[in-house]
Design a protein around this ligand. Structure first.
Ligand SMILES: [Fe+2]
Ligand SMILES: [Fe+2]
Length: 278
């Protein structure tokens, strides 16, 4: 199966970039299932129904979230009636968060795909342990038996926590990929147990920016330590960043992972793929 995962969509630039490039990528790469991290889709902060619908129309099958999940309050009710929206799994039980942190999908070809969204705990608001949370979810849906593919999005700040999660899930997930730092890392690989891994997918954002935000306010804060207003997304053309993964139809493990970068300022790379067969 051919999967696509795209990192944090930042504001209008990211949404328009995805709308411009995702339909072609789906066609050229033969993507059967596409996950997009959408925690910054609504003006850089959270998700609304209208912005989610733009991403679904562009070709996303599932939207994951992160630390900005609830920045737009309508997300708290929207997620209850939109099963394609997946929030972090590891909120404390007492938070009783709406929606789902792990969601099963069925592709048009009848394949079952489990998507899990997790929040890291290092240099982030500390939630429950993401390792215990993912362990339970993976135990309930064995790859190659109950599900055809498992995609884990670990939304986290530090590289070590993301690499550790990759190894923890190795052999039990098709893909473990990081989000949140908005910068694509150059470590796409298949781990020894067969799980595709990249520390950060990168963002769908204008890279003439500070992680997708207009440069002025971040520079003011870094140089003067005085806030001059809200962060707002940079508005130039987006680089759409993510990964392409091919899985083995029997085991659900990865046979190939390649970075994708298209549009905007970053050097482009789109994998060469053959005709779709499975
Ligand atoms: Fe983000
Ligand atoms: Fe984030």
């Amino acid at each position: 199966m051919r999967l696509g995962f795209f990192g944090d969509v930042v504001g209008r630039s990211g949404r328009e970039g995805l709308a411009e490039h995702l339909p072609g990528l789906r066609r050229v790469l033969g993507l059967e299932f596409v996950v997009v991290n959408a925690e910054n889709a609504a003006a850089g902060f959270g998700i609304t129904e209208a912005t989610a619908n733009e991403l679904f129309a562009a070709g996303a099958d599932c939207l994951t979230l992160g630390n900005h999940a609830w920045d737009q309050k309508e997300a708290l009710t929207y997620i209850v009636r939109e099963p394609r929206l997946v929030r972090p799994l590891n909120y404390p039980a007492l938070a009783d968060p709406p929606g789902r942190g792990a969601q099963m999908f069925e592709t048009e070809l009848g394949k079952r795909v489990l998507v899990i969204n997790l929040l890291g705990r290092i240099s982030m608001d500390s939630l429950d342990d993401p390792f215990s949370a993912v362990d339970r979810a993976l135990h309930d849906a064995p790859l190659g038996a109950v599900v055809d593919a498992v995609i884990v999005d670990l939304h986290a700040e530090v590289t070590s926590e993301k690499m550790a999660m990759g190894h923890f899930c190795d052999g039990r997930a098709s893909l473990v990929v990081g989000t949140h730092t908005h910068v694509p890392t150059a470590d796409a690989q298949i781990l020894p147990g067969g799980t595709a891994y990249q520390t950060d997918a990168g963002a769908c954002a204008d890279y003439d920016s500070v992680i997708g935000n207009d440069k002025e306010e971040p520079l003011r804060r870094f140089t003067t330590r005085i806030s001059g207003g809200r962060f707002k997304p940079a508005e130039g053309p987006a680089s759409v960043c993510g990964v392409y993964v091919e899985t083995d139809p029997a085991s659900g493990l990865a046979r190939r992972i390649e970075p994708i970068r298209i549009g905007g300022r970053l050097k482009e790379t789109v994998p060469e793929v053959g005709t779709v067969t499975a």
